[in-house]
Ligand binder design. Structure first.
Ligand SMILES: [Zn+2]
Length: 135
């Protein structure tokens, strides 16, 4: 890569740096077993950070983990069954990959929008529209 290209890249990247540019960090799921239920303590902080509908995230997680779940009155997610932290973290990562991160530019600055009856992921950073997995 020559200097011109590097300069172009630097210029392309600068708007991100100007707008804060901090890396997109999703809180690690804090889970603990409670009888035959797995309680996800910081579920609210996670869907807040993702700026996604908690019900949508829950629908995905139930399908991914193959169990039933509910959100309790303190905003925690409760999954039927014993799930290790790593398993929950993997499911969350799959969600972020499929429904949050732009497949074109990698930005998390995206929204799920309805296009002619189909849900698509629209990126506010680069304007790309990409399809999302079926839940
Ligand atoms: Zn994008």
């Amino acid at each position: 890569m020559d200097y011109e290209d590097q300069l172009d890249r630097a210029l392309e990247q600068s708007p991100e740096i100007a707008s804060g540019g901090d890396r997109f960090e999703v809180p690690d799921p804090e889970v603990r077993p409670e009888g035959n239920v797995t309680v996800w303590e910081n579920f609210e902080a996670v869907h807040d950070r993702l700026a996604r509908d908690p019900d949508h995230l829950m629908r995905f997680l139930q399908s991914e983990l193959g169990t039933s779940a509910q959100i309790d009155d303190r905003g925690r997610a409760r999954f039927t069954g014993d799930f290790k932290q790593q398993r929950v973290a993997d499911a969350l990562e799959a969600y972020v990959e499929g429904f949050v991160t732009c497949s074109e530019c990698g930005s998390p600055d995206t929204r799920l929008v309805d296009e002619r009856g189909t849900t698509v992921l629209k990126c506010d950073a680069c304007g790309a529209i990409s399809s999302v997995p079926d839940i």
